[in-house]
Design a protein around this ligand. Structure first.
Ligand SMILES: NC(=O)c1ccc[n+]([C@@H]2O[C@H](COP(=O)([O-])OP(=O)(O)OC[C@H]3O[C@@H](n4cnc5c(N)ncnc54)[C@H](OP(=O)(O)O)[C@@H]3O)[C@@H](O)[C@H]2O)c1
Length: 284
């Protein structure tokens, strides 16, 4: 397959390029190659004629999204609409990377692909709008991930929650992490493998959840990071401050897949994935 990856220098994009590049022809597209919110700049897709276009581009700074709804909707929702229209025109499959934040977090058990989204912040609303726009191309996959960690780090600049925790521990800073907010972490290398499998096996079009298996609170996630790395900072659990940040966040946004196990594509558990990431980064 010829696979175009938009946001190829980002955290997920970097692993998609590596993973898909082992078996397919990859067209890496950075922000300077195209702007998803500008339909005219997508002409590069017409020229390159990929079979599949994976859109990882997003404005995902959740609190900033509340302050900049126009930018949020332009990049996330309008961007997805543009990709859906262009891929339909050139006969390609559209893959949209979405988020656990399309859910409101009121459920007491993990959300499946069949759960009804009900976002509670601007970012989540824009991602849900993007999912709807993506469906304008019948040949589409919507891949939901959450709480991402990958070697490249956010925007390819090395940062993510795991690195933040390790840096704080190394500086002997006291660390407080919420233990009342639950999620399913996603190692980008594993999400990239799931997507490779979905494309190669030509799974039915639609929504897939591609987080690592299981879920944890952010405190439990931090605790596991320090257990594996044998760092021993002053880590304490805390409760969510209702005044923290501009955006409301879902309290429980764990995801699970009812589809992937049928195809042997279910990702490993988050603890195992975290260990693999820490090895890849040279922390252990
Ligand atoms: N990070 C998370 O915890 C998380 C959780 C759930 C879902 N997701 C979703 O997963 C996807 C990938 O996330 P990520 O962590 O890999 O993000 P990332 O590291 O920020 O990568 C995004 C990439 O897209 C590019 N980009 C941004 N805006 C663009 C635009 N308007 N036009 C074209 N390219 C643009 C960025 O380039 P520049 O940096 O040069 O602008 C960057 O290379 C996103 O859709 C995000 O919403 C992420």
């Amino acid at each position: 397959m010829r696979i175009a990856i938009i946001g190829s220098t980002g955290q997920l994009g970097t692993d998609l390029v590596k993973t898909l590049g082992t078996a397919h022809e990859v067209i890496s597209l950075t922000h300077s190659d195209l702007e998803v919110a500008d339909y005219d700049s997508l002409v590069i897709l017409k020229e390159q004629r990929p079979d599949v276009v994976i859109n990882t581009a997003a404005f995902h700074k959740t609190d900033q999204c509340e302050e900049e709804p126009k930018k949020t909707f332009c990049v996330n929702a309008l961007g997805a609409r543009n990709i859906a229209m262009m891929t339909k025109e050139i006969g390609a499959t559209a893959v949209y990377i979405s988020s656990d934040y399309v859910f409101d977090g009121s459920k007491k058990e993990p959300y499946t692909e069949e759960s009804i989204p009900a976002p509670i912040n601007t970012y989540g609303i824009s991602k849900l709008a993007a999912e709807h726009f993506t469906r304008q191309n019948p040949k589409h996959y919507i891949i939901r991930i959450a709480s991402v960690f990958g070697k490249a780090g956010a925007s390819g600049k090395g940062g993510n929650f795991v690195e933040t925790m390790i840096n704080k521990a190394k500086k002997n800073e006291p660390i407080m992490v919420v233990d009342d907010m639950w999620m399913s972490p996603t190692y980008t290398k594993d999400a990239a493998s799931v997507l490779k499998g979905i494309l190669e096996l030509q799974l039915p079009y639609g929504v897939y959840h591609a987080t690592n298996k299981g879920y944890c609170s952010w405190y439990q996630f931090a605790k596991e990071i320090f257990q594996i790395t044998r760092l021993n900072p002053d880590l304490k659990p805390t409760k969510t401050d209702p005044n923290y940040g501009k955006a409301k966040r879902p309290a429980f946004s764990a995801l699970t897949s009812t589809k992937l196990s049928k195809y042997n594509l279910e990702p490993r558990g988050w603890k195992e994935a975290l260990r693999a990431y820490l090895i890849e980064k040279g922390h252990i």
